[in-house]
Write a protein that binds this ligand. Structure first.
Ligand code: MOS
Length: 722
């Protein structure tokens, strides 16, 4: 297959406003919902008095924990069946009314009586309660190989530092929303989710009904970043209960302020790292993480997990611990694990390089792991050294010393670099392709497009396999009536859909080719199947000029067109013979205004190696998007809890800073293609590869510019003032 820089399939729909997002669906008779939030961080709901609310114009219904008793108990329904308040802003009721304004009025009129209790407002108030969770994602929470304690004692140099990362919120431009209704006991749920089938499964379980009776639609998403994975806002179920109660459609959309409290967050981390070196070589790593989780549920990023893999080192110990606070629940967010984890590890590597008198790049090249040292498996492919070499050359790393601390106007220049990595795994997938007699191709898969290009890649894989131009391809996704597809997360979608679409298209090719060669009237009659290729909307013989148009084959033999389904399996972690990761080297140039403390990222060079690139245009956009998220984490984003009340402070984009265009530099993105024979199609994930590494690269560049080592994210102006 060719790697083609095809533009977004849905691009025109989006820029012309014709793409309908699920929250924009307006069924007849729709009611508007609003949430009633608890104004304490911890307590017990004693009384909920809706009498004044019910008397207001437009009031339709109110749904509380009492209504949710009809739902099956599970992790997904725990919070909405509970009278206990676990965090400030936790919804205690949903009201539905005729208009959105009515709904807000009604919500305000609900009287609450809550017995408040002492709460843990922030992690540092309860560090003594830190505990080791069962697992961090699919990895053990603690690991040990070799003897890091002994190796640190014997090391010639030990770098031992603490790094801290802030709470972040995902903030896709499109907030969470649901428009739902019931038809003959079946639920129709329009909601932007990264996992239509996951949402269907959780919903069917909660309402104790067959999955087939729940239809979830998510055809366009205005971003996800992890907060729309599975069902991480159970208040959607209250909207469904309200709809069932009133027998009318109900719409609930979260406000930007609610996006700070109700849909998850990146957890705060405190990471203690110790690196030991003998003779300029890494001999010991200890990486100890303490992170925030909520009172009502548990989540741990795989923060120290990648420290087990990235560098050659015989003695490695890692540990994750969690502290429960009365704050919102963390969930995966934009490179969960690798973003905070590489900030600590790659900052510490930079500190070590300086003390060793080595170039930071040279230290990393020396520390290259030529196999997965944690499992002993070989890499499926690993071009990290090529990324270092190629990126350094493009960026001009060799001239670093001459450029460091020079002045450009008011800016003092600093240069820094860091490594990024992300695992490549796949989920099970089914896909369907259907060729019509007019030569148009329909591609269907029940995955969803977060906005990162799944429509395009789905269509492109099928179009290429059948020799059909993209203009003739229609892609359908985001509907549980379609064949089961993967959730959009973990940078897994393209790698997961590729083998399923390939399976479907190869069946379709085989069907078309068999028809043609068996047909005496076809120019391809009697040709061997391996002589045929699909190109230019034709089946073409390699060995002769003979060929036939696909539409002609269909017209004679399949007047209704032909369709085929393909499927592929998830990565079987027990059966793996290799470890698959994408890698990258990030180089940045920043400027610091020494008077004002202001930091500007001036230039970023990201060189990435992540298998075969199907569409360099989309891949480049993915990398840039990831890098921008990383710049946000490094310099801007921080969610702050008020220590007095437990409320989240400044719940708007006026206070929660995200990078704007003026913060974003030129990006030089380079991709090193890997021919990886161990992965279907040689495809690795790329989505979150660009989101890690840059945080440390920026911190390292700040140090390079002004000699100040900042070990807290986000790096702020006051950190750079002397
Ligand atoms: Mo992601 S943080 O796997 O949506």
């Amino acid at each position: 297959m060719n790697s083609q820089p095809i533009a977004r399939y849905e691009g025109v729909l989006k820029v012309t406003g014709r793409a309908r997002y699920e929250g924009e669906i307006v069924p007849d008779g729709m009611l508007h919902a609003a949430l009633v939030e608890a104004p304490v961080a911890r307590g017990e709901l004693e009384l909920l008095d809706a009498s004044q609310a019910e008397a207001l114009a437009g009031f339709a219904t109110i749904v509380t924990h009492a209504d949710a008793q009809s739902l099956k108990p599970s992790a997904a329904t725990a919070l909405i069946r509970d009278k206990t308040i676990h965090f400030h802003g936790q919804p205690v009721a949903l009201v539905a009314a005729a208009t959105l304004a009515d709904a807000h009025e009604v919500a305000r009129a609900v009287q609450l009586s809550i017995a408040a209790r002492p709460a843990v407002m922030q992690m540092d108030q309860a560090l003594g309660t830190a505990y080791v969770p069962q697992m961090v994602g699919r990895f053990p929470a603690t690991t040990r190989r070799g003897d890091s304690a002994k190796a640190l004692i014997e090391a010639e140099l030990v770098v031992r530092k603490r790094y801290v990362t802030a709470v972040n919120n995902h903030h896709p431009m499109e907030p969470h929303a649901v428009v739902c209704w019931w038809e003959n006991g079946k639920a129709i749920v329009h909601t932007p989710t990264q996992a239509i089938f996951g949402t269907r499964a959780i919903t069917a379980h909660a309402f104790d009904m067959p999955a087939a009776d729940v239809r979830v639609l998510s055809r366009f998403l205005g971003g996800g970043f992890g907060c729309k994975g599975q069902l991480w806002w159970p208040w959607m179920f209250w909207a469904m209960l309200a709809s069932r109660k009133m027998n009318r459609p109900v719409r609930l959309e979260l406000s930007r302020a609610q996006m700070f409290t109700l849909v998850g967050r990146r957890q705060q981390t405190e990471q203690d790292i110790a690196l030991g070196y003998v003779d300029g070589r890494l001999t010991a790593i200890e990486h100890d993480v303490v992170a925030q989780t909520s009172m009502h549920s548990e989540f741990s990023d795989s923060t120290a997990v990648y420290t087990r893999f990235l560098y050659a080192c015989a003695n490695v110990s890692t540990r994750h611990r969690l502290v429960r606070t009365n704050e919102p629940q963390p969930v995966p967010m934009r490179a969960p694990g690798t973003a905070p984890g590489t900030f600590a590890l790659e900052s510490a590597m930079d500190e070590a390089a300086e003390q060793l008198g080595l170039d930071p790049l040279e230290l990393r090249v020396r520390s290259f792991a030529d196999h997965d040292q944690e499992t002993g498996r070989p890499w499926s492919s690993n071009s990290l050294r090529e990324c270092y070499r190629f990126g350094a050359e493009r960026f001009g790393w060799a001239k670093r010393r001459a450029r460091s601390r020079t002045k450009v106007g008011r800016w003092t220049i600093g240069l820094g670099m860091a490594t990024t990595l992300y695992p490549s795994i796949r989920q099970a997938c089914r896909a369907r392709v259907a060729l019509s007699t007019d030569g148009s191709l329909l591609v269907q898969c029940g995955t969803q497009d977060m906005g990162s290009g799944t429509y395009t890649s789905l269509g492109q894989i099928a179009a290429d396999a059948l020799g059909i131009p993209m203009e003739k391809v229609t892609v359908e996704l985001g509907d549980t009536l379609l064949p089961d597809g993967p959730f959009s997360g973990g940078s897994q979608v393209t790698a997961s859909i590729f083998p399923a679409v390939e399976a479907a298209t190869s069946k379709l090719r085989a069907a078309l080719a068999s028809i043609a060669v068996a047909d005496a009237t076809s120019p391809l009659s009697g040709k061997p199947l391996d002589d045929l290729q699909f190109t230019g909307e034709m089946i073409q013989s390699h060995s002769s000029n003979a060929g036939e148009r696909l539409v002609d084959v269909l017209a004679r033999a399949a007047p209704d067109g032909l369709d085929e389904e393909g499927e592929s399996a998830a990565t079987d972690h027990k059966e793996l013979s290799t470890t698959a990761m994408g890698h990258g080297a990030i180089f940045v140039e920043i400027g610091v205004d020494a008077e004002l403390g202001e930091i500007r990222v001036r230039r970023v060079c990201g060189t990435f190696a992540a298998g075969r690139i199907l569409n360099p245009l989309l891949a480049r956009s993915q990398y840039i998007g990831g890098l921008i998220g990383g710049i946000g984490m490094a310099l801007h984003e921080q969610t702050v809890t008020d220590r007095a009340t437990g409320a989240i402070l400044g719940k708007s984009f006026a206070d929660y800073l995200i990078p704007v265009h003026a913060d974003i530099p030129e990006f030089d993105i380079a991709m090193i293609e890997e021919d990886d024979p161990h992965l279907p199609g040689g495809v690795k994930g790329i989505g979150m590869l660009g989101t890690a590494g840059i945080q440390a690269a920026i911190a390292n560049a700040v140090y390079d510019a002004i000699g100040k080592r900042v070990r807290n994210l986000p790096i702020r102006i006051e950190d750079c003032l002397r």
